[in-house]
Design a protein around this ligand. Structure first.
Ligand code: PLP
Length: 468
């Protein structure tokens, strides 16, 4: 005979299993949001609760604000799910994952023309931000070593970069005590200027940064010209300044569709490069890569060693534990796509970007400021006589589900406001045509209502809206 208490518990469990999900107790009352609940809740109910809440998020496929991958093949997703429980740092327990990581580093180094890519020096990171912090530290250490050998002070390092750098560079400078020296933008130049950069360099400069694909406009910075100008500077002054390339987005674009562009280790001064696997590397977040020209450019002081199958595994990262899932799916993409696959995808994205740019220019309301030989990004500003702003347009498009951010450019060009569409895998030409229709509809609507009847959309700077 069951006791009454056991009977009640059994009845309750039965009721929870049998009730239609929206009739369950937990879905008929508010849930504790800011403290750990006292008791347990059935798994299906919790999953439903959270799924419902997440419906309030934007749709990743319509999120044209981000460079970050929102679509992967089902096989890649399966592999990711299979490996998400492995901690990458446990190289002794997961030696094959470590081996795959090393293969990826070699593949990336080869893609970027590292002199000895079979013994590549680099590592996976959570994204380009971590990669940039590591590369920046290596540059600072190398500069310190050089200055100490010359008996000079080592307390005032600086780094030279365009004011259009992504916010992670500001973080690097602040967290690691390096003076940021910014090249201002201008009315017509939204990236670094070569002469302006050289004028900021001195013996305390740890590096000049060149961006392969500005976050603001997708434009490539003139890295080869920076290299040449620094050569001239060395001839004149003896200063020997390295370049770091921030190829967060361009690292997986330029090698495939602009193969003749010289921006990587083929240039002598380029000592390190970062790229985001989760952008045009086509992997879900978060994965980035940093590679160095050779061992000499990664000071041994910064490397930690863990024991690995009785051997030695060097590690250099800011975080200790991380899942192997993204590393494995990056390798999946490398094997699955090869050079041909990546090239086809990048060509197709670039063709969609060109199509959008042409159609948007022809609307007569906008000026496209992004360039053709750059990232597949469409960045445009509104003509000054329009009765609405790009911020109004961005707000209106949200009503249809499109996330197309509007923001002001970096200092000295901050009076210029733009909209940016990142063309990523998943934005087919068919979807792009629908977006164009919605932009046209938005323009007609915004023109038809008087300014006083329209809620004023807020202006944002790039750094305050968190697009990346
Ligand atoms: C040029 C550039 N550098 C660095 C980053 C930071 O990359 P992540 O999001 O991979 O950390 C971004 C992000 O958009 C970027 O565009």
């Amino acid at each position: 005979m069951l006791s009454q208490k056991k009977k009640n518990t059994a009845n309750k469990a039965n009721q929870e299993t049998l009730s239609p999900i929206y009739a369950s107790r937990e879905l008929n009352q508010p849930i504790p949001k800011y403290e750990l609940p006292q008791g347990q809740t059935p798994s299906a109910t919790v999953a439903q609760l959270i799924t419902d809440e997440l419906n309030l998020d934007g749709n990743p496929a319509l999120n044209l604000a981000s460079f970050v991958t929102t679509w992967m093949e089902p096989e890649a997703k399966e592999l990711m799910a299979l490996t998400v429980s492995k901690n990458f740092v446990d190289v002794d327990e997961y030696p094959q994952s470590a081996e795959i990581h090393d293969r990826c580093v070699n593949i990336v180094a080869n893609l970027f023309h590292a002199p000895d890519h079979e013994n590549a020096v680099g590592c996976a990171t959570v994204g380009s931000s971590e990669a940039i912090h590591l590369a920046g530290l290596a540059l600072k250490w190398r500069w310190k070593e050089k200055m100490s050998q010359q008996g000079k002070p080592t307390d005032r390092p600086n780094i030279v970069m365009g004011h259009n750098v992504q916010v992670c560079w500001e973080k690097f400078a602040r967290y690691f005590d390096v003076e940021p020296r910014y090249v201002e933008l201008s009315e017509t130049r939204y990236i670094i200027g070569v002469e302006e950069a050289i004028s900021l360099v001195d013996e305390n400069t740890i590096a000049v940064v060149g961006i392969l694909g500005s976050t603001y406009t997708g434009e490539y910075e003139p890295i080869s010209e920076l290299n040449q100008a620094l050569d001239l500077l060395q001839e004149k002054t003896g200063l020997d300044i390295p370049i770091h390339v921030d190829a967060a987005s361009g690292g997986f674009v330029a090698p495939f569709i602009q193969p003749h562009l010289k921006w990587d280790f083929l240039l002598d001064r380029v000592v390190s490069i970062n790229t985001s696997g989760h952008k045009y590397g086509l992997v879900y977040p978060g994965i980035g890569w940093v590679v160095w020209r050779d061992r000499k450019h990664l000071p041994e002081d910064l490397v930690f060693h863990v024991n690995y199958l009785g051997g030695d595994h060097p590690t250099f990262n800011l975080n200790f534990s991380r899942s192997t899932g993204q590393i494995i799916s990056q390798y999946y993409n490398f094997l699955r796509l090869g050079r041909t696959g990546y090239s086809e995808i990048m060509r197709s994205l670039s063709s969609t970007a060109k199509f959008l740019s042409k159609e948007i220019s022809e609307m007569g309301h906008f000026e496209v400021v992004s360039k053709i030989d750059a990232l597949p990004v469409v960045c445009f500003k509104a003509n000054s006589e329009l009765p609405y702003t790009v911020f109004d347009l961005s707000e209106y498009l949200k009503g249809r589900g499109w996330i197309v951010p509007a923001y002001t450019l970096a200092p000295n060009a901050e009076h210029i406001s733009v909209l940016r569409i990142v063309v990523r895998e998943g934005l087919s030409e068919d979807m792009a045509s629908m977006l164009l229709e919605d932009i046209k509809r938005a323009c007609d609507h915004l023109e038809s209502i008087s300014q006083s009847n329209r809620p004023k959309a807020k202006r944002h700077s790039h750094k305050t809206i968190g697009v990346c």
